[in-house]
Design a protein around this ligand. Sequence first.
Ligand code: PEP
Ligand code: MG
Length: 325
Amino acid sequence: QRQEYARLRDLPAATRDGTAVSLRINAGLMIDLNHLESTGADGVGLYRTEIPFMVRSTFPDVEEQTSIYARILDAAAGRPVAFRTLDVGGDKVLPYVGAFDDENPAMGWRAIRIGLDRPAMLRRQLRALVAAAGARPLQVMFPMVAEVAEFRAASHLLALELHRAKARGAITPARLSVGLMLEVPSLIWQLEALLTEVDFVSIGTNDLMQFLFAADRGNPRVGSRYDSLSPAALRALRFVVDSCDKAGVEVSVCGEMAGRPIEALTLLGLGVRTLSMSPGSLGAVKSMLRSLDLVHFAAYLRSLLDGSERSLRDKIMLYARDRGV
Ligand code: PEP
Ligand code: MG
């Protein structure tokens, strides 16, 4: 199978009936970038900046951060990289940032909430990203945003850093793309306002599903209580994707769903055209989509979405099996 996926590397990521799909990898460490070549992915859809922070014993300063991000951009060699600002707190603890004693860490002081409460820390990271990009395009996204105002506040900090860099005569990115991770359900009902302000949306289904179903993503006891292929989950995703399409805003999925063939199939059926996943999943997803008649499947999926069954998984799996997807 490995050989089969290697053979796929240079073949286009397009469905059998001709829809192009962008397949990207999720990365965190420098070595992850090697997988761009080995998988034939066309970019990094999620670069988790907290990973290099987690393997250090002190907070990296601006210079050190700049060098990390610059090396990532060098390794990506012109392919897009979506840098997600620090997503610490929750299950990702930085020993040197202080104690996190929240009772519900996943819903506590984490990610952009820390960034906005400690703007100097977030600004240093944004300064490093701007410096690392130089003249190259820069793509930044903010995690765990729950309100449009938070996105505005975080983007404002980025604007300040750009201004600062320009005032110092530095070369600034040719293209700047600012977006967010959609992982908190409250954002779904703010899309109208949100989509006039963001350049792109990346759906973090790991957190989004955890919050939609109020089921801890790390707790196996509740993990099987719901299915991300339930009509409820898929209708929520469909609404997000349709809203982004209407507003002309690029939408992608970077949660684990994107890397599981049956889930990826379903996401394509909902209209998602950019999937970002762990590198090891890319071959299987590409193999799936190259055998897919997407127009036919999308019509079938649409006919299922109004149902009230607990999960559509069996039906979608049967479809895939019967049609050799
Ligand atoms: C997600 O929540 O789906 C996601 C991609 O982010 P993380 O897994 O890093 O929380
Ligand atoms: Mg997340």
